[in-house]
Design a protein around this ligand. Structure first.
Ligand SMILES: Nc1ncnc2c1ncn2[C@@H]1O[C@H](COP(=O)(O)OP(=O)(O)OP(=O)(O)O)[C@@H](O)[C@H]1O
Length: 258
């Protein structure tokens, strides 16, 4: 039985008049790919934002490796090993592809603003190491040839891969992937699924929000289904696919088609 990496207990988020996430508890085990699915407005993005530290929960707690993290700011959660990608790409288009990846490393780097400004030998050495590690990641994802071009020149699919590479640059323990297949044609979505599977085989734990059911059903060890902020089902692809509440939440279509 694997150890629990992430634990969420009684998590609730209320916006004026709307309960986006309601009394939600679940775990992500080390080495697991867990998917969170649900119709539009189910609360998936709000849940991600609470785990990443962008949105404050109204109630409940979030633990990483047993330590409570919900009071911590975003950068501290990144330092502790949580990295994310975004539903709407957040690529710095004027920066080079390599610089974009290095931003991911800087988020968890040790250099303070003062030592960075003074460009001490230690800072320069750290930057060299970051650049080397960044190039190694770009090579792994087939983007090394584009390293010194502006990121804005990449195709949409390449930008999604770059976001993933940037998230990995900080050597996280938990990857939060927000719709990695969104907007990708079939073949590229399948390649993205293979990439995520490869990362997981190397030990990466993943929490995945995705509407592409093919990807969700083929990748996930465990699937959590939300509707109106509440858990309506949790289990394997087969368990979730045939669950009556899931079918009615989706009106049958998407989940059956997967
Ligand atoms: N900042 C906000 N202020 C007010 N209401 C919000 C805010 N963010 C989300 N909501 C509401 O919370 C509910 C959950 O939204 P959320 O974006 O988390 O759902 P989702 O499952 O990610 O949807 P989608 O699949 O469309 O991305 C929705 O009713 C939404 O309108």
């Amino acid at each position: 039985m694997s150890a629990t990496l992430l634990e969420v207990t009684g998590l609730t988020c209320r916006f004026a008049g709307v309960t986006a996430v309601a009394d939600l508890s679940f775990q992500v085990k080390a080495g697991e790919i867990k998917a969170v699915i649900g119709p539009n407005g189910a609360g998936k993005s709000t849940l991600f934002n609470m785990i990443a530290g962008v949105t404050r929960p109204s109630e409940g707690a979030i633990f990483l490796d047993g330590a409570r993290i919900d009071p911590l700011p975003t950068f501290e959660r990144a330092r502790r090993g949580i990295a994310r990608t975004f539903q709407n790409l957040q690529i710095f288009r004027e920066m080079t592809v390599l610089e974009n990846v290095m931003v991911g490393r800087h988020l968890v780097g040790r250099a303070t603003t003062l030592t960075a400004m003074l460009r001490t030998p230690a800072v320069r050495a750290e930057e060299r190491t970051m650049a080397e590690a960044g190039m190694a990641l770009l090579e792994r994802f087939g983007l090394a040839g584009r390293a010194h071009q502006p990121a804005g020149a990449l195709s949409f699919g390449q930008m999604k891969v770059l976001e993933l590479a940037r998230a990995l640059a900080g050597a996280p323990r938990l990857l939060l992937l927000d719709e990695p297949a969104a907007g990708l044609p079939h073949a590229e979505a399948d390649r993205m699924a293979q990439t995520i599977r490869g990362l997981n085989r190397d030990g990466m734990s993943v929490l995945l929000v995705e509407h592409n059911m093919r990807m969700v059903m083929s990748l996930s060890h465990d699937i959590l289904v939300l509707n109106n902020g509440r858990r309506i089902a949790e289990g394997s692809a087969d368990e979730v696919r045939s669950h009556p509440e899931v079918l009615s939440a989706y009106l049958g279509e998407e989940v059956e088609d997967a």
